[in-house]
Design a protein around this ligand. Structure first.
Ligand code: NAD
Ligand code: MG
Length: 401
């Protein structure tokens, strides 16, 4: 461990991952120093976090709220400098005094700041899976070019990383990895019949059996799109293909994923379902630190169950497979359309079962590019949001009639 504390920027500090990150960081004041915190618009929570962690910078994404943030920081007697807007999010990801960036903004909004951290050669703790789904090849290229360190925060990918040999970057085949077993809880609707999925509410979708998460990822877990995004994420992070990634339902969420080797060994990472474990792992890697998570009581867990996923009841998983195979901007379109559909479902404008319909209609309606340029990815994202918005109006309107 170095003598001076490691500087950290937390993008999306006010969200579930951000709050868990600050919880771990606060346990190790000699080790970590918070340089910058960002939020979308929750000035109150951001300022409360600034009181505890005294960062140099606090950023709100919404430029209209800079004055409000500056005044609140002043009133709190803090030296923290207020900043606002998209450029400021990227700026605090690049600061020289920041060594490590937690990329925990939800959705495509996190792409540019996450990419800025990658380009600046930081240790990037990647929770923002949507960034990688949108721009996989480009993102991984930027990481390699800058010499940044990429550590996965998604519990499954963090587990896979922990079960991989150090030199997995040389190619999975060369290090004896046969396949990845990506576990999924199955979400709150795992046992629902197809017809019962039509009437489920946003509240039911957000009540995940094992994890407490933001609303967007909670709906993704319920639709299995989360596993679809994670499949794509795994392919980019570990330089592999979907035929080497097997999705396995594991309702207890105690095994966070597994790696299967050519000699028949299967390595798994286990723990209580608490995001502070992968966060602490990635913060301290290759060392280990306390995370505040209780030790796993395996006897109390008692049993571990596994089953195959059902892509007929959960077509979002199939759409993700297809988008990855189609390549190029297809996954950016998938991601953007899903964001629009999830938001529309949360606002009760469409039914839960309409989510894959909206996504499919965007995937069918938009020309594809090779996704080698950022501009092309951003244009696919924009066009997909437009197409998905139109599909929501069409499908939602038809549903209400
Ligand atoms: P959340 O909704 O709780 O928090 C999102 C954060 O992003 C908040 O700080 C919010 O202010 C910020 N934000 C939202 N929109 C923004 C915008 N347009 N511009 C700038 N900032 C914006 O979400 P979460 O559950 O913490 O998830 C964050 C990311 O981590 C997601 O990509 C999610 O898929 C991933 N992730 C979360 C979990 C989990 O357990 N919560 C697990 C694995 C991966
Ligand atoms: Mg996950």
């Amino acid at each position: 461990m170095s003598a001076s504390p490691m500087g950290i920027t937390v993008l999306g500090a006010t969200g579930t991952i951000g709050v868990n990150t600050l919880d771990v960081v606060a346990r190790h004041p000699k080790r970590y120093r918070v340089v910058a915190l960002t939020a979308n618009g929750n000035v109150e929570r951001l300022v409360a976090q600034c009181r505890v962690h005294t960062p140099e910078f606090a950023v709100v994404a919404d430029p209209a709220r800079e004055g409000e943030l500056a005044a609140a920081l002043r009133d709190a007697g803090l030296q923290t400098q207020a900043m606002a807007g998209a450029d400021a999010l990227e700026e605090v990801a690049r600061l020289p005094q920041t060594h490590c960036v937690m990329a925990a903004i939800v959705g495509g909004a996190g792409l540019l700041p996450s990419l800025a951290a990658a380009r600046a050669g930081k240790r990037v703790l990647l929770a923002n899976k949507e960034a990688l789904v949108m721009s996989g090849r480009l993102f991984m290229d930027e990481i390699r070019k800058s010499g940044a360190e990429l550590l996965p925060i998604d519990s499954e990918h963090n587990a896979i990383f922990q079960c991989m040999p150090r030199d997995f970057g040389d190619g999975l085949e060369r290090v004896g990895v046969e396949c990845i077993l990506l576990t999924a809880s199955g979400g709150p609707f795992r046992d629902y019949a197809a017809e019962d999925l039509e009437a489920v509410t946003p509240e039911q979708a957000c009540a995940h059996p094992n994890w407490v998460m933001g609303r967007k990822i909670s709906v993704d877990s319920a639709s299995m799109m989360n596993k679809g995004l994670e499949l794509i994420e795994a392919c980019w992070l570990f330089d592999t293909t979907p035929d080497k990634v097997e999705v396995v339902l594991h309702p207890q969420s105690v095994i966070h994923s597994m790696v299967s080797y050519s000699d028949g060994s299967v390595l798994a990472q286990l723990g209580n379902p608490d995001m502070r474990t992968p966060i602490a792992h990635a913060l301290a890697w290759p060392e280990r630190i306390h995370s505040g998570v209780d030790p796993l009581d395996i006897v109390r867990v008692g049993r571990l169950d596994f089953e195959a996923p059902d892509m007929d009841r959960f077509p979002c998983l199939r759409l993700a497979y297809e988008a990855f195979r189609a390549g190029g901007t297809a996954t950016a379109i998938l991601n953007a359309a899903n964001e629009v559909a999830v938001e529309a479902f949360l606002q009760a404008r469409i039914r839960f079962t309409d989510i894959p319909r909206v996504i499919e209609s965007a995937l069918e309606g938009i020309p594809r590019g090779d996704a080698l340029e950022l501009a092309q990815i951003l244009e696919a994202d924009r066009a997909a949001r437009e197409a998905a918005g139109a599909a929501v109006t069409r499908i939602g309107g038809a549903t209400r009639r």
